[in-house]
Write a new protein. Structure first.
Ligand code: NI
Length: 235
């Protein structure tokens, strides 16, 4: 999933100010590698991080597949081997997501047919969530928990487009971690949106598939109007 839209000028100034302060406190972290995370589109500084930051020195940035590529429009294969090949894929997914300034990425977005997604995404309470989910299954919510939130959504596979989409503001996903251990991840707000969006990808759906004909057309028009700011796989 793509991050929020670009912050406005004032927000950007605040981000820069905070970044400067952070660099003074931790001069050894003032390199561009770390700066990239702080340049994210989070509405405010995360108050804490849940999950473990990946070692981004290991992965290779891969180009992103875009709407129309068959790998995005069919369900991905379940992962059965939790070895070096999966771990290398996860490394590539994290660095590819960061290179494209995304907050979530599914394996088929770098052309790999495997049920895996990664995320580094803030929720609406300022908590930053970082992790990987293998073979995710979205839990059905009881009706009393199905409160819809209508907010802008974007996708790295539909570069440059943002369209409002209503989704439940709470999500529970069950699956496995990189070693195959059972895990459950729960999210609210923007992170709930991300969990649902990425699970959709692995089931062969883009958020475009949840839009009205008119909104879908609008998203594709937005995409056509801009050059992607990251490398994509031509269709
Ligand atoms: Ni997406």
């Amino acid at each position: 999933m793509a991050g929020h839209g670009m912050p406005d000028q004032q927000e950007q100034a605040q981000v820069d100010e905070r970044q400067g302060a952070a660099e003074q406190d931790h001069p050894e972290h003032g390199d561009h590698e770390h700066g990239r995370h702080e340049h994210g589109d989070e509405p405010r500084q995360p108050v804490r991080t849940v999950g473990e930051e990946p070692d981004t020195s290991r992965g290779t940035v891969r180009p992103i597949t875009v709407v129309g590529n068959p790998v995005l429009h069919r369900a991905c294969k379940p992962v059965t081997e939790f070895g070096a090949e999966l771990h290398a894929l996860i490394d590539d997914m994290f660095v590819s997501m960061y290179a494209a300034d995304g907050v979530g990425l599914a394996a088929n977005q770098i052309g790999v047919d495997a049920r895996v997604f990664v995320y580094d995404c803030p929720d609406d309470d300022g908590v930053r969530h970082v992790g990987v989910m293998v073979n995710p299954v979205l839990e059905d919510l009881p009706p009393e928990r199905r409160t819809l939130d209508e907010s802008p959504e974007g996708c790295l596979s539909v570069p440059g487009a943002y369209v409002d989409l209503a989704r439940p503001d709470h999500a529970v996903v069950r699956g496995q971690d990189r070693e195959g251990r059972e895990i459950t991840v729960e999210g609210t707000g923007f992170f709930a949106r991300c969990l649902q969006h990425e699970t959709d990808h692995l089931n062969g759906y883009l958020y475009l598939d949840r839009l009205s004909k008119r909104d879908r057309k609008d998203a594709l028009r937005q995409m056509a109007e801009k050059e992607p700011s990251y490398e994509v796989v031509p269709n």
